[in-house]
Design a binder for this molecule. Structure first.
Ligand code: PFF
Length: 514
């Protein structure tokens, strides 16, 4: 007889760390980090990024993993366990990654296409592929199906197992490519100099904001993911140490991606004429293929491994985004896992179709297919990532810092040392760092997140045009839409979820929903 109690979660600490690292390491590290670094003054950007990871990212990550671990349930139930009025933050944290999936899957489809096309000419694919609706829809579907298959197999057999296999492969390929890049010869030093020698004058406030936002996105924070994955961990896991390893690994991968890309771009500058500073968003999909092409057949092979690695990174991230909604649906509606992911994945895919078409329009310079003056991808990204994500991250800090433990009097409620002792009693053992963490999560980190939110909004509504800030009606529409969505979720929560049972991880076992 099977005497071991079945649990719905990761088998071990390493499985959890790799799965969470799989979520964190994605297009954010391999695609946006290098291009944002190139736009905002090289190492100066990297410097602010690392500070943001330490003072905000790391703190929010511990908070979210702990919230999930403590409740052993989906984000809505996790917040409800703290206070019945906070559950809407969980609901919003489920919606945001779902929204992100709808464009992430399109980009994921691009990476799959570039991988498979590595042995032909990838240099003009960006143009020809992005404008070809049928192909974009097909590759987005392939990407989505890969993600759904893993989630279908469950937390242990799907998510944990795939992370244990894919993450080491990704890392080995990345290190290999860095090696190739560093030994290219001419131009390598210039590339390294650009990347590692800070130019703070090129950073500006915009750069600081971009670095802060990037840190959140890259670590998958404010998205319910760390709550959900945290809920699948057992008692013996060390939250602080795990969060540190995840954050270090994620930052290391982003840093290595820069080491792979900058020297290569500089080395091939003479042949390709590509300058880093004007590569921007197209750095990965246009500039790198030109570099690969100039390497001949060896370039095809490097291209295959490079884009294969990016696909892997994107898949493990998308898995985490969709798992959040899947977990909630399984637990709230007592639906089987297979059915839940079929529903979540299909809706996500349907929405990603117009996103893919709209992106193709934008990239090929066609008019039309915009919302509020933006292509759909940018629109979704602004709503999800710029406006709503910080709200969820802020919510995690406030919920943990101010609502989880009630003191006897105002003095205790205001004291971060009191919070620290309560957290310790509750099993969050952070040693000497406990007091710092408690103070940060209660006071400092929420303020910093509020700054990210407020200036993010200012940047949307009053974007800088020709050196001066100007009001943008479209920007206002974006922000109003985002807050309207938030309001809808708040209302939905109070109407339909507040007084109802919203389930926990155990349900998947006890109700036989796997
Ligand atoms: N962290 C991922 C990346 O850097 O690409 C992106 C991501 C994953 C965002 C999971 C949101 C999320 F829920």
């Amino acid at each position: 007889m099977d005497t071991e109690k079945k649990v719905n979660g990761f088998v071990g600490g390493l499985g959890f760390i790799l799965a969470a690292a799989g979520s964190a390491v994605g297009l954010g590290n391999l695609w946006s980090f290098p291009y944002k670094t190139s736009q905002h003054g090289g190492a100066a950007f990297v410097f602010v990024y690392i500070i943001s990871v330490i003072v905000m990212g790391f703190i929010v990550m511990i908070a979210e993993i702990y919230l999930g671990k403590r409740a052993q349930a989906n984000p809505v139930s996790s917040y409800k366990k703290i206070n019945n009025n906070l559950g809407w933050i969980g609901l919003l944290s489920i919606f945001v990654p779902f929204l992100v999936t709808c464009y992430y899957a399109v980009l994921g489809g691009y990476t799959v296409k570039f991988t498979l096309n590595s042995f032909s000419d990838n240099t003009s694919v960006m143009q020809s592929f992005s404008g070809n609706v049928g192909e974009v829809i097909l590759y987005t579907a392939i990407f989505m199906i890969l993600v759904m298959v893993v989630i279908m197999a469950g937390v242990q057999k799907g998510i944990e197992k795939s992370s244990k296999i894919l993450m080491p492969i990704l890392f080995v390929i990345l290190v290999g490519i860095v090696m190739c890049s560093l030994f290219l010869g001419n131009g390598v030093l210039e590339g390294l100099n650009y990347y590692l020698n800070p130019d703070f004058s090129a950073l500006g406030f915009d750069g600081v904001l971009a670095a802060m936002g990037q840190a959140f996105f890259s670590l998958s924070l404010g998205m319910g993911v760390m709550i959900s994955y945290g809920s699948y961990t057992g008692k013996n896991i060390k939250v602080g140490k795990s969060a540190m390893m995840i954050a270090i690994f994620d930052t290391l991968v982003a840093f290595l991606a820069g080491l792979a890309i900058f020297p290569a771009i500089y080395h091939y500058y003479a042949e390709t004429g590509i300058e880093l500073t004007n590569s921007g968003v197209v750095l990965m999909f246009s500039s790198l293929p030109i570099v690969f092409k100039s390497l001949g057949i060896a370039g095809n092979i490097v291209s295959f491994f490079f884009f294969g690695m990016v696909s892997i990174a994107a898949i493990t991230s998308a898995i985490s985004m969709l798992e959040v909604a899947t977990q909630f649906i399984i637990q709230k509606f007592s639906i089987k896992r297979k059915k839940a992911i079929a529903i979540v994945g299909s809706i996500g895919y349907l929405v990603s179709v117009p996103v893919g078409i709209s992106l193709g329009f934008a990239l090929t310079g066609k008019e039309g297919m915009t919302i509020a003056g933006q292509d759909w991808l940018t629109f979704f990204d602004l709503i999800g990532n710029t406006v709503l994500m910080p709200v969820c991250a802020f919510g995690a800090c406030i919920a943990l810092g101010w609502f989880t433990f009630k003191g006897k009097n105002a003095k205790e409620n205001l004291s971060s040392n009191y919070l620290c002792s309560q957290l310790e009693e509750d099993g969050l053992k952070l040693g000497k760092f406990g007091k710092v963490f408690s103070f940060m999560v209660k006071y400092i980190t929420p303020i910093l997140i509020a700054v990210v939110e407020i200036f993010g909004i200012i940047d949307i509504v009053f974007p800088t045009q020709n050196g001066a800030r100007e009001f943008s009606g479209n920007g206002l529409v974006v922000v109003v839409t985002a807050y309207a969505i938030m309001l809808v979720f708040i209302v939905l929560y109070f109407l339909f979820l507040k007084k109802k049972e919203t389930g926990s991880n155990e349900d998947e076992i006890t109700k036989n929903l796997s």
